[in-house]
Design a protein around this ligand. Structure first.
Ligand code: DP6
Length: 322
């Protein structure tokens, strides 16, 4: 019996954001979303099923972890065990090439890699759609990191219909402008709940984002990168306005983030196609045409540390050992 499997997954950056849940138990989102899986910052995860273990264990970036990170992993493995009809615990060893918790979506690559590795280690033969649904249970954005390149996560009506799949899109690049690497003060999971419970703008976010996603899918299919960028930047700024409207408020944007946003606006004024998006953290990601990426990265080098990313592969198994 194969008892050990290793998988690699990459983070994704949403161009239409997922922010808010319709059902926290099944992790169904309030709206659909759309993202690009990156070719940088992979997470590598090995799951070793071991009937001799009393409990699951987690090593994250070389450190033994307990508390919330281990609980999330153990609850996720409970789902996999229920599907597989197993009671055996597992050792999970994971390494992130992305700064954990800095708003660069390490939970997306993390749970996508864990879904693929755990499914294989527990002998589940799942389709990409089933893997996306499973990854979603660990972290919503992880549903999209199963998919290579540009993915649309359908909000769906229930567990079966809420999954991500590929969607046609123009060739693009992203310049990741890191202004800070510390862990974010409030996790997106906690912030999403507070947003839904306390922001008077939340209903408007839900209705407008559903419409934004339709326009984004069309803009991607038409290959209109300028429109894709404009929709993405508007959506990201709406999400941050929404988050800032919580009680008590949460603000992920820092002065350094705004400095990068100013520079992106200046680039556009010079005729460069460049649009910004920001996840639940201070770091900015600039969407652009592949040929402009290096020049934009160089332009931002004095205000952020920059890295060019291109569309990357979906989560995949790299090793299984019987
Ligand atoms: C701002 O997927 O981390 O990156 O489902 O609670 O684990 P959970 O949330 P998570 O939230 C991602 C939020 C975001 C936007 C996005 O990636 O769409």
């Amino acid at each position: 019996m194969t008892q050990r499997a290793t998988a690699v997954a990459h983070p994704n950056i949403a161009l239409v954001k997922y922010w808010g849940k319709r059902d926290a138990t099944m992790n169904l989102p309030a709206t659909g979303s759309l993202s690009m899986t990156l070719d940088v910052f992979p997470t590598t995860t090995t799951v070793t099923v071991d009937a001799a273990l009393d409990a699951d264990t987690l090593e994250l970036d070389g450190e033994e972890r307990t508390g919330t990170p281990l609980d999330r992993v153990a609850r996720f493995l409970d789902l996999v065990r229920a599907m597989a009809g197993s009671t055996a615990h597992a050792r999970v060893v994971t390494t992130n090439a992305v700064p954990t918790g800095a708003g660069l979506a390490s939970s997306a690559s993390g749970f996508a890699a864990l879904a693929v590795a755990a499914a294989a280690a527990y002998h589940l033969d799942l389709s990409p759609r089933e893997l996306s649904r499973l990854a979603r249970r660990g972290s919503g954005s992880a549903s999209r990191s199963i998919v290579p390149g540009v993915a649309v996560w359908h909000a769906g009506d229930d567990d079966e219909t809420s999954f991500a799949e590929g969607t046609p899109a123009p060739d693009m690049a992203m310049v990741i402008a890191t202004v800070e690497e510390r862990e974010k003060p409030v996790s997106s999971r906690v912030a999403m709940v507070r947003t839904a419970e306390t922001s008077p703008f939340f209903p408007a976010w839900v209705t407008s984002t559903a419409e934004t996603l339709e326009r984004m899918v069309d803009a991607c299919a038409a290959g209109d990168l300028d429109l894709v960028g404009r929709i993405a930047e508007t959506n990201a700024l709406r999400m941050h306005a929404l988050i800032q409207s919580c009680d008590p408020p949460i603000r992920y944007l820092t002065a350094a983030s705004l400095g990068v946003l100013d520079r992106v606006e200046a680039l556009r004024a010079q005729g460069v196609l460049a649009y910004a998006t920001i996840d639940a953290g201070p770091n900015v990601v600039v969407l652009c045409a592949p040929d402009d990426a290096e020049r934009i990265a160089a332009d931002l080098a004095d205000v952020a540390s920059t890295l060019v990313a291109r569309p990357g592969p979906g989560a995949r198994l790299v090793e299984t050992i019987a």
